[in-house]
Ligand binder design. Structure first.
Ligand code: SF4
Ligand code: SF4
Length: 447
């Protein structure tokens, strides 16, 4: 009788000793530690022999199926992922919009890459965005709207945020994220966050009070750390932890040592709804960041990666298994969707919000009647891009956790990165993350 199962193409094997491996499936996110010889025995048995009489072995086979390590022989995993991506990419029901209501800022961060100007969204553009939503609600009956507020600094445009949120709330499933420096919240505005659909606030803190205040200060040089922390605390109290936070930290060689005391300050807020990301400060071609010094090399950055993750686990902000490579929801970022784009303060339209300031790669303009007039040659670059056309991506073991990477980089529109993917390095990084998660799990579970 023909056997029914085959090995998943998304199994990643990480050797941890001469006799043991970690087996991780990037599609199901399942992880087990297993003896190499057992693994080889089971794989041969489960994929070559259809009837297994031994009950214990049958149970193990079921576990392998449930964890996604073996899949039915006629199940095409790649096609399944492609279909899920296509459904998301082309649905008219889902819109994802980044809005940049101004290019102004009350901060003067030492590494800022933006060109700050006192440009704010006009009444005409606000009305055009309202017309866009009303038009699409009527014509396409959109069901889901994700809005991200960027700047400049979005909190300098609180009136625009409040007004547009009223229109956005007409969409059945509306949620908003604010990317802010976290300073300019008022009590009245904090109280309205929930009715404005806000589910997530992304704030940058660059270390403890001393470090942060040297990196991120007001235009007049004044400190910002205490007020930002007080704002986070207020939002948590008023909204009962229903609004989540993501704290981003940008590192160079000088502020790494101040991360743990920042975590200790955040711990005092007693909140469970805070996640963390970190990145290295880059030299930019514009803004203050053009003069950035003491930058971390890629090698330096990877050497602090483990240490930072361990601190997050030690302070109960993360569980060790949370640092496993994260399975994406069949897409990399909103720009891959037909209805994913960014609207600048002046009504110009871009695919990636990062293209807005300094402006590059504009793809269209929002008209007063709520239609977007796309520039055919520009928008074609994005609509025409499909990572499934790339043989490397099609055959990549970490495709479910990468989904082709950053579209802007891959189509060659990112001035900082060339468009090639170093697949070997990406896979090695994923293996390293799996090892880290496993060893941290062992360490903290045994304490
Ligand atoms: S790691 Fe590279 S090859 Fe693999 S899916 Fe991502 S972009 Fe494609
Ligand atoms: S930089 Fe890349 S990943 Fe980020 S929003 Fe733009 S296209 Fe997407």
């Amino acid at each position: 009788m023909e056997n029914k199962y085959k090995l998943s193409i998304y199994n990643l094997i990480v050797e941890i000793s001469d006799t043991e491996i970690l087996l991780f499936n990037t599609h199901s996110s399942s992880l087990i530690k297993i003896n190499i010889s057992d693994y080889q025995y089971y794989v041969n048995l489960f994929t070559e022999c259809n009837e297994i009489e031994n009950q214990k072995l049958n149970e193990i086979k079921k576990t392998f199926i449930n964890l996604g390590f073996i899949v039915e022989k006629d199940f095409d995993e790649l096609t399944y992922i492609k279909i899920r991506n296509r459904q998301w990419r082309h649905t008219p029901l889902l819109h994802s919009i980044a809005i940049i209501p101004n290019l102004d800022c009350n901060f003067n961060c030492k590494y800022c890459f933006e060109t700050i100007s006192h440009s704010y969204m006009s009444e005409k553009v606000v009305k055009s965005i309202e017309a866009y939503i009303n038009k699409n609600l009527k014509e396409k009956n959109i069901e889901s709207l994700a809005v991200s507020w960027y700047g400049g600094e979005p909190l300098l445009s609180k009136n625009v945020m409040e007004r547009l949120s009223r229109t956005f709330s007409l969409v059945e499933n509306f949620r908003a994220t604010i990317f802010t420096n976290g300073y300019d919240f008022t009590d009245a505005f904090i109280r309205k966050l929930k009715i404005m659909g806000v589910k997530l606030i992304v704030i940058t803190l660059d270390g403890n009070k001393d470090a942060h205040n040297k990196y991120r200060y007001l235009k007049n040089g004044k400190e910002t750390y205490d007020k930002i922390l007080a704002n986070i605390s207020k939002i948590c109290q008023i909204h009962n932890d229903e609004i989540k936070f993501n704290i981003r930290t940008n590192f160079d060689k000088n502020n790494i040592g101040f991360y743990e005391s920042m975590l200790e300050d955040i711990e005092k807020i007693h909140t469970k709804n805070i996640s963390f990301v970190f990145a290295k400060i880059l030299k930019s071609i514009s803004g203050n960041g053009a003069n950035a010094t003491n930058l971390l090399s890629e090698k330096d950055f990877y050497s602090i990666d483990y240490k930072i993750k361990e601190l997050l686990i030690k302070h109960n902000f993360k569980k060790p298994l949370n640092i496993l490579p994260h399975k994406l929801d069949y897409f990399n970022c909103y720009v891959g969707a037909d209805n994913g784009f960014a609207i600048n303060y002046d009504g110009s339209v871009y695919k990636c919000f990062g293209d807005v300031n300094p402006p590059q790669n504009q793809v269209g303009a929002l008209l007063e009647n709520g239609e977007i007039q796309y520039f055919p040659k520009e928008i074609m670059k994005w609509y025409g891009y499909d990572f499934f056309d790339n043989a490397k991506c099609r055959n990549c073991v970490i495709l479910p956790t990468c989904m082709g990477g950053c579209a802007k980089t891959r189509i060659g529109l990112d001035i900082y990165n060339n468009s090639k993917c170093n697949q070997g390095k990406m896979i090695n990084n994923a293996k390293e993350q799996i090892k880290q998660a496993y060893f941290l799990q062992e360490k903290y579970n045994n304490e």
